[in-house]
Design a protein around this ligand. Sequence first.
Ligand SMILES: [Fe+2]
Ligand SMILES: [Fe+2]
Length: 263
Amino acid sequence: MTEQLKIAVTSDWHLSNNNKFFNLYDVQLLIDKMAEEADILLFLGDFVNSHSKLDAQDRELAFKIAHLLEKVSIPKYGLIGNHGRGELKKILSHSGGLIMMNRDRYSISNSSNSQTLGIIGIEGSFDGSLAHADYAPRYPNSYTMRRRIREVSDDISFLKTALKTSPYRHNIIAMHYLPGQSTIGRESNRKHYSLGSKLYEQIADIYREKVFAIVHGHAHLGSVEGKTHAGIPIYNAAIPALFRRSRQITQQQFYQPYIKLEI
Ligand SMILES: [Fe+2]
Ligand SMILES: [Fe+2]
């Protein structure tokens, strides 16, 4: 570890056996590069494409991902996202050594202990507060919506306490869902209500002097960079969004398919 702390963040690989866009070989190159350049790795979810239960092929893929992660010797933290929950989480933590977070907090210091970064990890959820004006949630009182709203509210209680009591000057909030509007990009207006909640960035703004950045995934069509109302940087590490940006930048700029932060 160097004097600075370098953090590399990636998300939303959506690996499957027929995914030609981003495959296991790409993941191997990505992980190697991230581990070479950073001190801490953050994986923000949607590792595989299957929604809940893993079938035999997905399970094999999950063990292959775990095998790649296992070789990384620097601290590595992850969220599961909304694809391939339960069993995938176990495989990645038990066989891959990935520290899976859901309403958890950790801290990492550099070699001289002059810098410590607090990591606050929450999966996140949605509550309809990001709904586009023309597309309110269709079933606002459904069981699913009520469950989701409760999840956001539990996240917010956790986040508030985590930030309030954090002894560190620099904290990163790592989540899968969106913390607010600013990186929503070109996501379909119909989907906005289900992408996240603006309550996350509102809480972050209250404790803004302690929040270094918010990183998230999930927004495949989102923009890569944004800001909270009070100016905290927000980064969307979803691979599809990063790839789209790579086509917009000039050849002189070196493109990296992950977010790199330094404190
Ligand atoms: Fe995703
Ligand atoms: Fe997602």
